[in-house]
Ligand binder design. Structure first.
Ligand code: CUA
Length: 352
C-alpha cells in the first residue's frame, strides 16, 4: 500500500471518528448519574461507546475510501480482479475484535460485582408496588422466603434516601408485575409477585428524581410514579425520626378507613374529596350515592361489593376488570369494613 493511500485512509477515519465523538458527546443521551452504581454503569457505557467509535471510524474509512477511490468509470463494464484471502488481515480482524469484546466482558463483570456489593450494614428499604402506587417502608424485619414484617415500619409515599450510604431495596408486588426505575440510578428491577428481588444503590448526589413503573401493569400504569429524594445524612436522620410509624400488620397501613384508602392506592384511580384525591381512571367516589342508586343496591352493600367483587356492577363508560380484583385478599375484614364505613360516611355528607 502506498503512503499516500494510508494518509487518505487516516483522514477518512479521523473525519468518521470525529463525527462519532460529536454524536456521542453533544447529544444528552443519559441523565446525570445519582448513585455510585450508576457512575460505574456510565463508565461501562462510555468504555463500550469508545470502542464502537473506534470500530466505526475504521469501517467507515475503508468503506468511504473504497467508494471514492475505486468507483467505476461510466463506460466500464468489466469485472473487477479476483481477490484471494489475506491471512494476515484475517487474523488481525479476528484478534482485535476478540480482545475488545473480552475487555468489555471483563469490565462489565467487575462493575456488576462491585454494584452488587452492599457492604456490611446497608440501610434496608422495602419497596411495595401495587396497581398503581409505590410505597416505601423503613425498618421492616425480614421473615422467611424474602418477605418482610413491616408492622412497626415507617411508611412513605416518597423514596427518602441518605446520601453516601449503601441502601438495599427489598421489593414486593401485591398484584401484578411492575418494574422499578429511577433513570438517574441507571438500574431497573422487575417486581414480580411471589418473589422478592433486591436492588443495591449508594446515592451520591443530593436531589429529587422520578420513580417510574416501566412494566405495563394496567390502565393506571402511566400514573404509577413517585419520587426519590436523596437527602444529606443529617436531614435523612431528622426525617426518619419524624412522624408516626405505620401500625397495622403486614404491608398495610393503619386501620382507619382513610388510612386503608390511601394505603391501598385508591387515590391513584378515584376522586374523593374526603381523601383529597383526584384520580379519573375509576368512577368518582364523591358520587357514590347516585352510583348505588343506578346499581339498584343499598349504599353500604354496594360499596362493599364494589371493593371485593368489582365486576359485579360496572359504572357506565368505565371498562370492566380495571379495578384490581384482589382486595378481598389484600385487606383484612376489619380494614374492608372500616373502608366501607369511611366511604359511606363521606357519601352521606354529600361528597364534595
Ligand atoms: Cu406498575 Cu406499570
Amino acid at each position: 500500500m502506498r503512503r499516500g493511500s494510508i494518509v487518505q485512509l487516516a483522514l477518512f477515519a479521523a473525519v468518521a471518528g470525529a463525527l462519532g465523538v460529536l454524536v456521542a458527546t453533544r447529544l444528552h443521551w443519559l441523565p446525570e448519574p445519582a448513585t455510585r452504581e450508576a457512575g460505574r454503569i456510565h463508565f461501562v457505557f462510555w468504555f463500550v461507546t469508545g470502542i464502537c467509535i473506534f470500530i466505526f471510524a475504521i469501517v467507515a474509512a475503508v468503506l468511504g475510501y473504497a467508494v471514492w477511490k475505486f468507483r467505476r468509470a461510466p463506460d466500464d463494464d468489466s469485472d473487477g480482479p479476483p481477490i484471494h484471502g489475506h491471512t494476515g488481515l484475517e487474523i488481525t480482524w479476528t484478534a482485535i475484535p476478540f480482545l475488545l469484546v473480552t475487555s468489555m466482558a471483563i469490565v462489565s463483570a467487575i462493575v456488576l460485582a462491585k454494584d452488587d456489593a452492599a457492604g456490611a450494614n446497608p440501610l434496608r428499604v422495602d419497596v411495595v408496588a401495587q396497581q398503581f402506587k409505590w410505597s416505601f417502608y423503613y425498618g421492616c424485619k425480614p421473615i422467611p422466603k424474602g418477605a418482610a414484617d413491616c408492622s412497626k415500619a415507617k411508611e412513605s409515599d416518597i423514596l427518602m434516601l441518605p446520601v453516601n450510604r449503601s441502601v438495599v431495596l427489598h421489593m414486593t408486588s401485591r398484584d401484578v408485575i411492575h418494574s422499578f426505575w429511577v433513570p438517574q440510578f441507571s438500574q431497573k428491577q422487575d417486581v414480580v409477585p411471589g418473589i422478592h428481588p433486591t436492588l443495591h444503590i449508594t446515592p451520591d448526589r443530593i436531589g429529587t428524581y422520578p420513580v417510574i413503573c416501566t412494566e405495563l401493569c394496567g390502565l393506571g400504569h402511566g400514573l404509577m410514579r413517585s419520587q426519590a429524594k436523596v437527602l444529606s445524612a443529617a436531614a435523612f436522620a431528622k426525617w426518619a425520626k419524624s412522624g408516626p410509624a405505620a401500625a397495622a400488620p403486614g404491608l398495610t397501613n393503619g386501620a382507619s378507613g382513610l388510612a386503608v384508602f390511601k394505603g391501598s392506592a385508591c387515590s391513584s384511580c378515584h376522586t374523593l374529596a374526603a381523601a383529597g384525591s383526584h384520580g379519573t381512571i375509576g368512577p368518582d367516589l364523591d358520587k357514590l350515592q347516585a352510583e348505588a342508586t343506578r346499581a339498584g343496591k343499598p349504599l353500604a352493600a354496594f360499596i362493599h361489593e364494589s371493593i371485593v367483587s368489582p365486576n359485579a356492577y360496572i359504572e357506565p363508560r368505565y371498562p370492566r376488570s380495571v379495578m384490581p380484583q384482589n382486595f378481598a385478599h389484600l385487606l383484612t375484614k376489619t380494614q374492608i369494613s372500616s373502608l366501607v364505613q369511611f366511604l359511606v360516611a363521606s357519601a352521606k355528607k354529600g361528597g364534595k
